[in-house]
Design a protein around this ligand. Structure first.
Ligand code: FE2
Length: 146
């Protein structure tokens, strides 16, 4: 059902937002300035998706979840309570970004089936944004060519 899926999408987007913001705060190393900025672009983008998803849930005449305990039940993004090293932050966020792309595709397909092209369009835009950051994370992680 689209509204249930949107609740999972909301909780996952919020968890993804929070983790990337936490990485922005705590990243260390010689690439500090660049990664601090990079994580900031990612969390700002993810945060911008939170409110529209919650409001799409309301247009389905359902209530939007908004508590950390409920988000934890619903989210598909694993919680991170430690402070990983910079490279591990990128690897973890890359895997989480793939989860967000998979979820966006699921929302796109379900919304299309239910005639909600507005929500399908939104999910397609999210896929595109996450795809852009995925390319950038992969490029950070790739060994430089000699
Ligand atoms: Fe900041």
């Amino acid at each position: 059902m689209l509204s249930d899926l949107l609740k999972t999408y909301l909780a996952s987007t919020f968890s993804y937002y929070l983790k990337s913001h936490m990485f922005h705060w705590n990243v260390e190393g010689s690439d500090f300035g660049e990664l601090h900025e990079f994580f900031s672009n990612i969390y700002e983008d993810a945060y911008s998706a939170v409110d529209p998803i919650a409001e799409y849930i309301r247009t389905q005449e359902e209530y939007a979840p908004g508590s950390l305990s409920r988000f934890q039940e619903l989210s598909q993004i694993p919680d991170q309570t430690k402070i990983p090293r910079a490279r591990l932050m990128l690897e973890e966020l890359l895997a989480d970004t793939q989860t967000m792309i998979d979820l966006s595709l699921e929302v796109f397909n379900t919304a299309t089936q239910e005639g909600r092209q507005d929500i399908a369009n939104f999910a397609a835009d999210r896929q595109s944004q996450h795809g852009k950051y995925m390319w950038q994370m992969k490029s950070y992680l790739k060994e430089a060519r000699a």
